[in-house]
Design a protein around this ligand. Sequence first.
Ligand SMILES: [Fe+2]
Length: 203
Amino acid sequence: MDLEMIKEKAWQSMGKRQSHPDREPGYVFYHGQRVAQIALTLREMIFPDQTGDDDLIRVGGWFHDVGKGIEPHWEYGALICRKILQDLCPPERLEGIVQIVGSHTLRKTKEYPYYVKLVQDADILDHFGSQEIWLNFWHSAYRHQTVEDALAFYDKSYREHIQRVRGLLNYPESVIFFDEKDRFVTDFVERLSAEARGKLIGR
Ligand SMILES: [Fe+2]
């Protein structure tokens, strides 16, 4: 597969598109790039000898959200990426990529091949840690909300949300990274809460 050409197609279809008003233009392109990287890192850790599907995982990660904004985005995304990639990928690779795109949200509903499960976990992981804070700032700014509103979200909904999503991860290795990201956000929010009340840290 010509990865340079395929990445160019990913850029053309997602690089400047704004899937939601509370996310920056191009979010799905950059998110897709990160998800591919995370999925490949997990693959190296969990299946160190299984290198044969790396390009499939990479391209599946790049395109997994290509349908975002047209719901159900995984179903439309599968159709869109099949059309974009049909002349750029061998047929059996294309089927794997379409399978990743078409089932990345349908976690734990049936048994999937490891390359789908890796992208499913990577997709979750890229929404947490510093990315969670970035997304939350965009969400709050778009709605003209205050720091107090954001703190109310972390106080009331964040913990419940984290518990639900954590249960959807496929691999214990992913859970370890997820918990680390959660600790980072929890510490940040504690500081945000203190500084929002005018507290000087260290005194
Ligand atoms: Fe995603």
